[in-house]
Design a protein around this ligand. Structure first.
Ligand code: SF4
Length: 311
């Protein structure tokens, strides 16, 4: 139900005819701001890349474990993570101006590190799409795209152009559980799991290099069935890592509900569930490893190593 509401864009007053400027999308307020440069030199976890590319600040998907919230500029923005998104309205002009044609040939770009490039606002303002149009026509980038949205399928033709023009593309889809109740608790405004798996399967069928990132792997009801579903998508690369309890934007309210649900699933109290979860995670991982062995042409990476550039 929330996904339906989220897709509805609300407008304030009259919109300019050439560019609709929604001010609200689902639960999130939409802001517009200029940026100095749309590409940021990659550091920290992403330091093996040349640049990160974030078409938006903030993220209306509002995952309760999102570490990106901590990169927010103010405590207020951090505390209201998931309830705002800022459109970098001059992104295309900045990309053209700061990075002339050919200057990004062979450059490793990760899109996106602190937002989702295909969150619902993208359907309306199409910043990600226009950035891809410039990248595909003017450059030969080595691009990794990270999303939780099936909307990525819309831009398959642009990714194909990048590859045909001499660039490289890997499409990463995040799936964190096989349980929709858990998914709604931790990722309340994200598309459901089956839609994400369908989308990454579609991109695999179209010949793209693809990867499923279980980062974090929160919960599995049936690891065997889940592993078979993943392999059936045609994806060859997988990354998984456990839930980090000390990271994320959790405020007391969301943490209590989410953790209680996990504790119920593990049939234990809140004080013990962390240790029990980590034990269960190791069991899930062993099952995934069994289905994703290098012998069958599949890889299962983990942590920072898993996120190293795949080209
Ligand atoms: S989709 Fe990514 S950036 Fe957006 S809230 Fe979830 S984890 Fe954070």
């Amino acid at each position: 139900m929330r996904e339906v509401v989220q897709a509805e864009l609300l407008f304030e007053g009259e919109s300019p005819p050439e560019l609709p400027r929604p001010t609200q999308i689902g639960q999130a307020a939409v802001e517009y701001a200029k940026t100095a440069d749309i590409l940021t030199k990659a550091t920290g976890f992403m330091d093996a890349y040349d640049y990160t590319l974030n078409p938006y600040s903030g993220c209306s998907y509002g995952c309760t474990y999102c570490y990106a919230a901590f990169f927010s500029r103010s405590p207020e923005k951090r505390d209201t993570w998931g309830y705002w998104v800022r459109v970098k309205e001059n992104a295309i002009e900045r990309l053209r101006k700061k990075h002339p044609a050919g200057s990004l040939n062979g450059k490793l770009i990760y899109m996106s590190s602190v937002t989702d490039p295909y969150q619902p606002i993208e359907r309306k303002v199409k910043i990600t799409k226009e950035l891809l149009e410039v990248l595909s026509s003017d450059h030969k980038p080595h691009l990794v795209v990270q999303t939780r949205s099936p909307d990525i399928v819309r831009d398959a033709n642009l990714y194909r152009e990048i590859v045909e023009n001499g660039g490289k593309v890997q499409i990463n889809m995040t799936v964190t559980t096989d349980d929709e109740e858990i998914r709604r608790q931790f990722e309340p405004y994200c598309p459901g799991n089956s839609r994400r798996l369908d989308a990454i399967g579609t991109m695999s069928d179209q010949g793209f290099q693809t990867c499923v990132t279980m980062t974090p792997l929160i919960w599995l009801n049936d690891a065997e069935v889940f592993a078979e579903q993943l392999v059936d998508t045609g994806v060859k690369r997988f990354i998984c890592q456990p839930f980090h309890f000390n990271r994320g934007k959790f405020v007391a309210k969301t943490r209590e509900g989410a953790f209680r649900l996990m504790a119920e699933k593990l049939a234990c109290g809140l004080p013990e569930f962390r240790g029990k979860y980590l034990k269960r995670y190791e069991e899930w991982r062993r099952t995934l490893e069994k289905h994703m062995s290098p012998d069958s042409g599949l890889t299962l990476g983990k942590g920072k190593d898993g996120f190293r550039p795949p080209f």
